[in-house]
Design a protein around this ligand. Structure first.
Ligand code: PMP
Ligand code: GLN
Length: 371
């Protein structure tokens, strides 16, 4: 195996989902919903298959989806995009992230990202030959200190709402990020896959909408979280035409194109009325509250967005997580696995609450029965 891939191993998601299967534990580890997305969206995929949309999509993505993505950005954020040059469809956000880093970073460049972070960021940086430079988010509230650039800094990755912490960055925090990106002439890559999973009346603010940021931000999102179809792997990158063209150049040799019928269904999904989006967030907020209330034996901060709540178990959470399926029949993921600094996040355990209330109840009952 090439040295670029040293230490990759298998992802925590594979490991923990396998452990859940083996032990029959309730899987609150890997973040995926246990109910499928809206009927109309599923039907649209069936219809697309029946209607013969089963061959390669055009490299940029099917036109109907690119138009729907542009409309979505306009409807929710007032962002104007040309669907021909400013939208690239990808195989999930994951491919968009990898293609973007491959396309925009030179070997030896520094890719900065808030830490803990989604595990594909550092892997994509390393596969590019770039360095991954973590910027700590500090518990218990997961805020960041003064931002400092490294000499080879080229890209700043910003994920809000943030996996695994559940943070939604405030406008003030985003302004500090924007000032930093502009001062050091960086490119911002935003991972906004949880853009609609925001609670308590808070607002998701795309970094690209801050003054001076549209021309230096590549924005990434996908269908999986918003429409409960994580297996469809339809994502996109939007932004300035040169940045989108760079992603397209890399993407054409990664997968070229894919998931044609799901791209068609994605167009239908993104055009759902606004109340679908707000209702779904409210439903998920109720699940969050259900889980957080049930975990009262631990210290738990209510997350502002995403699928995830982090609890302080008051011990080494990695050991705790390893024993938990056997002791209690529940799987969760130690937050530290998303970090380069495992000590800082040692007592935190990440629970996914994107599950039916009955499943959350059962998991809570098992956790309460713990000695
Ligand atoms: N970014 C973050 C922060 C995520 O949590 C996920 C979910 N797995 C992804 C990207 C991947 O998105 P997709 O499934 O669209 O590739
Ligand atoms: N994003 C999901 C999580 O953080 C899972 C992604 C994956 O399985 N790669 O749990």
């Amino acid at each position: 195996i090439a040295s670029r891939l040293a230490g990759f191993g298998t992802t925590i998601f594979t490991e923990m989902s396998a452990l859940a299967e083996q032990t029959g534990a309730i899987n609150l580890g890997q973040g995926f919903p246990d109910e499928d997305g809206p009927r109309a969206v599923l039907e649209a995929a069936h219809a697309a298959i029946r209607d013969g949309h089963n061959q390669y999509a055009p490299l940029p993505g099917v036109p109907a989806l690119r138009e729907a993505i542009a409309e979505h950005q306009q409807r929710f954020y007032g962002i104007e995009l040309d669907p021909a040059t400013q939208v690239q469809v990808t195989m999930g956000a994951t491919e968009a992230i990898a293609a973007a880093i491959l396309a925009l970073a030179e070997p030896g460049d520094d890719v900065l990202a808030f830490d803990p972070s989604y595990d594909s960021y550092s892997a994509a940086a390393k596969m590019t030959g770039a360095n991954f430079v973590p910027i700590p988010l500090n518990p218990p509230d997961f805020t960041f200190d003064e931002l400092k650039a490294t000499p080879n800094a080229r890209i700043l990755l910003v994920n809000s709402p943030h996996n695994p912490t559940g943070r939604v960055f405030t406008r003030e925090e985003l302004q500090r990020i924007a000032d930093f990106v502009i001062e050091h002439d960086l490119i911002a890559i935003t991972d906004e896959v949880y853009e609609h999973l925001v609670f308590d009346g808070l607002e998701h603010i795309p970094l690209s909408t801050l003054p001076g940021m549209a021309e230096r931000t590549l924005s990434i999102s996908s269908l999986g979280k918003t429409f409960s179809v994580t297996g469809w792997k339809v994502g996109w990158a939007t932004g300035p035409a040169p940045l989108v063209a760079a992603v397209r150049t890399a993407k054409q040799f990664l997968t070229f194109a894919g998931a044609t019928p799901f791209q068609h269904a994605g167009a239908a999904a993104l055009r759902l009325p606004t109340h679908f989006y707000t209702d779904f967030a409210a439903e998920l907020q109720a699940k969050r509250d259900h889980l957080c209330d049930a975990l009262s034996q631990f210290t738990v901060a209510r997350p502002q967005g995403t699928y995830f709540a982090n609890v302080d178990v008051g011990a080494d959470a990695t050991e705790f997580a390893r024993e938990l399926p056997h002791r209690a029949g529940v799987v969760a993921i130690p937050t530290a696995v998303f970090s380069t600094d495992r000590e800082r996040l040692k007592p935190y355990l990440r629970f996914a609450f994107c599950k039916r209330l009955s499943v959350i109840d059962e998991a809570a009952a098992r956790l309460h029965a713990l000695e």
